[in-house]
Design a protein around this ligand. Structure first.
Ligand code: COA
Length: 234
């Protein structure tokens, strides 16, 4: 296990690397809830591992009260972890997080409510989880994955990919150390498909009505409901 001092210094540097708004150290120490939350977690995690009862949960509760970020003391978090803004982030007990991971506000790394034991996600290295995204269940998120804001991810995601939507779909891959960004899938659009089907149906109906009106005007069909129905069947 690496020393707390070394780990906290790495977390501190990560803020500067990933937040262009971070300008000086004092500002980060005093006004970055994401930094406060991970600092506190580095301590509560140690206490949890030593088997200290109650205190780790109480300290993590205090941290949540101060920062709006809830990290269970049992969660394993790698180096250079950064939570930007932070409010509403929840990280469950059996979550495992690799190095260089960034989370934005409102992210949940949680359980589905159906599992026991290991029930929270395992997140690889260099993963970005966008604002409000939910990653649920004992699934694996590969290295270098980007999870779009607002996504709900319920299945494992292969490395080097971008996942977006509800439920989350892999829409692009981006092998590391290359400029390649390959679009693999477009998001399904059930509402758009329904609207397109309705439009086509309206066009077909309008054509039929125009034909019937023309035939009525020519007198080639009688204008009764019965004959109209007969004509439609034909
Ligand atoms: C997902 C994200 C990382 C972009 O990744 P990317 O690999 O560069 O993907 P692209 O921008 O090429 O988008 C790929 C497709 O996903 C769609 N997409 C991107 N982000 C999306 C999202 N959050 N929800 C739904 N669709 C999204 C794009 O429109 C595009 O769709 P198309 O193929 O139909 O055109 C980015 O959109 C994102 O959500 N970043 C999070 C940033 C954040 O949370 N900021 C908070 C600041 S406070």
């Amino acid at each position: 296990m690496f020393s707390i001092g070394e780990t906290v210094r790495a977390d501190f540097r990560a803020v500067f690397e990933r937040d262009p708004a971070a300008r000086n150290g004092l500002e980060v120490v005093l006004a970055y809830p994401g930094f406060h939350a991970i600092l506190m977690h580095r301590v509560t995690y140690r206490l949890w591992r030593w088997g200290v009862p109650v205190l780790p949960r109480v300290l993590s509760h205090v941290s949540r009260f101060l920062t709006g970020i809830e990290i269970h003391p049992g969660a394993q978090i790698g180096k250079r972890f950064f939570i930007d803004h932070g409010m509403g982030v929840v990280i469950g007990e059996t979550t495992e997080i690799g190095d260089d991971v960034t989370l934005y506000q409102g992210v949940t790394l949680g359980g589905t409510g159906k599992e026991r034991g290991k029930r929270h996600p395992t997140i690889g290295n260099n993963v970005l989880v966008g604002v409000g995204a939910k990653v649920l269940g004992a699934i694996e998120i590969g290295d270098n994955v980007k999870i779009g804001s607002g996504s709900v991810v319920l299945r494992s995601v292969p490395p080097n990919s971008t996942v977006v939507g509800v439920p989350g779909w892999v829409v692009a891959t981006h092998p590391p150390d290359t400029d390649i960004h390959e679009r693999v899938e477009h998001l399904p659009d059930p509402e758009g498909e329904t609207i397109r089907a309705l439009q086509e149906r309206i066009i077909r109906l309008e054509t039929k009505i125009a034909t019937l009106e023309a035939r009525l005007a020519e007198g080639t069909i009688e204008g009764s409901a019965e004959s109209l129905a007969r004509s439609r069947r034909g």
